[in-house]
Design a protein around this ligand. Structure first.
Ligand SMILES: [Zn+2]
Length: 222
C-alpha cells in the first residue's frame, strides 16, 4: 500500500490527494476527520496513486541526464555538454561546447546565463511572429526566472516568459506563447479564454498535457 508522506489538516471540508513533482504524496483533510476515514480514502485511490507514481518515476528516469546537468535540453532536444578550450558556449549538432576555464561550482550559473540569452534569441522572434499571425499586440517582452511559472501577461501588456521555456519542444513552446498572448484579450482562465487559445492554436490541448511532463525544469538552474 502507498501511504501518504504528509497529511495536512485544515478547516477545509473535503479530502484531497495530490502528488508533488518529486513524487511525495500529500493528503489534505478536514481538522476533525478520523484517521480511519483518511486511511480508507487513501486505500480507495491506490490504483490511481500507483499509475501516477509510475509515470513520475518514468519521466524522471527519462530526463535523468538533464536533471543531473550532464546534458542540456534545448527546444526539446538533448545536447551533450563537453568541456573545451573555447571562450564562449557554442553548440553544433548534438554537442554544447562549454569553456573549460569555468570552475565546476560556477558552471550551472554560467549555463543559466547563457540559457537566458539563448531563450531571448529564440523566443522573442517567435512570439512576435505568433502575435502578428493572431493579430494581437503586446507592449513589451521579457525573459524571466520566476519561480513556479512558465509565463505571465499583465494589464500593461507586458509578457514575461521563463527562460526554461526555450528548453521545451516547439509544440509546447508555441502553446505557452499562445497562452500568454491570449491573456491580452482575457486576463483570466475563463471558457472564453480557452476558446481563444484553441482557436489560435488547435494543438494547445495536447501541448498543455505534455507540458506537465516538463514541470521538473522549473526547479533546475536554481
Ligand atoms: Zn494563464
Amino acid at each position: 500500500m502507498i501511504i501518504p508522506d504528509q497529511i495536512v489538516r485544515s478547516s477545509r471540508r473535503s479530502l484531497s490527494l495530490t502528488i508533488l513533482k518529486n513524487g511525495e504524496v500529500v493528503v489534505k483533510a478536514p481538522l476533525k476527520m478520523r484517521d480511519g476515514d483518511i486511511e480508507k480514502f487513501v486505500l480507495s485511490k491506490q490504483r490511481w496513486l500507483q499509475n501516477k507514481l509510475n509515470a513520475i518515476s518514468n519521466n524522471l528516469t527519462r530526463f535523468d541526464d538533464i536533471i543531473s546537468y550532464k546534458r542540456i535540453l534545448l527546444n526539446g532536444n538533448k545536447f551533450d555538454i563537453v568541456l573545451m578550450p573555447v571562450k564562449k558556449v557554442s553548440f553544433s549538432n548534438n554537442v554544447i561546447a562549454f569553456p573549460d576555464r569555468i570552475e565546476p561550482e560556477k558552471r550551472i550559473k554560467f549555463l543559466k546565463n547563457w540559457l537566458k540569452k539563448f531563450a531571448n534569441s529564440v523566443l522573442e522572434p517567435r512570439i512576435e511572429m505568433l502575435a502578428k499571425e493572431y493579430g494581437l499586440k503586446f507592449n513589451d517582452f521579457k525573459i524571466t526566472d520566476t519561480k513556479g511559472r512558465w509565463g505571465s501577461c499583465n494589464s500593461k501588456k507586458l509578457i514575461c516568459i521563463n527562460f526554461r521555456v526555450a528548453m521545451l519542444p516547439q509544440d509546447i513552446i508555441d502553446y505557452v506563447l499562445t497562452h500568454e498572448l491570449c491573456h491580452l484579450i482575457e486576463m483570466n482562465h475563463s471558457r472564453e479564454f480557452w476558446n481563444n487559445v484553441l482557436g489560435y492554436y488547435p494543438k494547445a490541448k495536447s501541448a498543455r498535457i505534455a507540458l506537465k511532463d516538463y514541470g521538473f525544469l522549473l526547479d533546475l538552474y536554481r
